[in-house]
Design a protein around this ligand. Sequence first.
Ligand code: NDP
Length: 499
Amino acid sequence: MVGVQQSVINLKMYINGEWINADNRETRAIKNPANGEIIAIAPEGTTRDAHEAVDAARKAFESGVWSGLSAQERATYLFQVADKIDENAKALTRLETLDNGKPLREASYDIADAAACFRYYAGLITKPDGFTYHVADPMQAMVVREPVGVCGLIVPWNYPLLMSVWKIAPALAAGNTIVFKPSEVTPVTAMKLFEIFEEIGLPKGVANMVMGAGPIVGEEIVTHPEVDMISFTGGTKTGKHLMRQAADTLKKVSLELGGKSPNIIFADADFETAVDYALYGIFSGAGQVCSAGSRILVEESLYERFVSHFVERAAKIKVGPGDDPETEMGPLVSEEHMKKVLSYIEIGKQEGATLALGGHRLLENGLDKGYFVEPTVFVDVEQNMRIVQEEIFGPVVVIQKFKDEAEAVKLANDTVYGLAGAVFSNDGAKALRVIKKIRSGITWINSYHPTYNEAPWGGYKQSGIGRSLGTFGLEEFQEIKQININLQVEPTGWFSHEK
Ligand code: NDP
């Protein structure tokens, strides 16, 4: 029988400023992935709930209660949200760890980043953002940015609060109203964020949250004619489906999808730095990170030394419950996801790859009730293997060999994805030369993973369309309008014979 935590949180959806249960009163149990205990009960939203949320967002948008405010006024609200996130950081961190499983250290970074993201967009929206053009007299042309309208925001479970904020902060800053859907697996901190919206007095209907299954509630948002735009983060397969669904109403679509990112290590790299970042690149977040460096490519002459040191260090990673301060890597988010990751490990073995480390679920030391998988390293892989080509989204890495720069680039680019990538080398020119040839949207030299609110985030190829964060992330939520003003108000005379 599944254990139940002493104080189970009762989650509710937030529609038009009201906290509500699902239309059909159905619920879903939210579990702690470290021990399978129920931590919260979430409403299992219906298409009707999604419809109500869209309706509320549409009415709020048309009323101008939000888009009609000055940028300065909207910014004031967003700064308050940031302050409240900081004030509640400890509680939010604990909840994120409880819900997603990530170690407290990782969760606390996410929460601090979420506050910083609200501040960034609160500041950005008050900065100049238009253009004027010198066109032929007597005209004056200018370009202004306007909100898109009602935005449907759909996020996954790996950074429950942070992924939500990457969308909600710029969408609101730009003057849109929103219908937001967290992952059905991790809705807890999102509800806390909406409590903050209520507390600071965000006008009713501006921010709405529905919960429930993607194919039901998510799909209703995606297909609803009153939704102007969809911003989605999730798997590539879902992204493709969603784009097809959005086509009928020709919505603007922004997609942050999966990856299988290469981490290229040349023999002249600083060895300890390269090994250290390679570990961080794949095992932080237990590998459930879209930009994870899940393919390590090592120059031939360094290969044996690298593999042996990497495996030695990976074997020492302390796996355990996220709320144990000693834990360095937490569980996978759900039993279902753990099964998917374990099945990929089996696929790798069947394909003929060699397991250099790990490959199993961890059951000892009280971990048997949670969804823990040990750090896993495959070597002797071929480029066409599924474990090299497909996103596993777990603590599983493949280490490959390359002869020279050209082969490194060829292997690095040889998947359908193009999200992230890194190069480690002490030859600055070579590192930059190679990184410029990598077909990915997010790259690092002699580093892996740092992400900045100021810099655009998103992928090439099948890793997505559009960008989050930075000025680009705001533009995703804006329409661009040209306004042409006639400074000489008189008839054009084009059809003069009609005079
Ligand atoms: P999914 O694609 O399964 O789900 C993402 C979200 O979409 C969830 O809220 C889900 O709802 C919803 N959804 C599912 N089906 C539909 C549908 N038919 N219509 C509308 N919405 C739907 O991804 P995961 O949650 O499994 O997240 C992992 C994936 O996210 C990985 O592939 C990862 O690479 C990617 N990701 C990408 C990032 C990036 O920046 N590029 C960042 C983080 C993750 P439900 O909860 O019910 O499943």
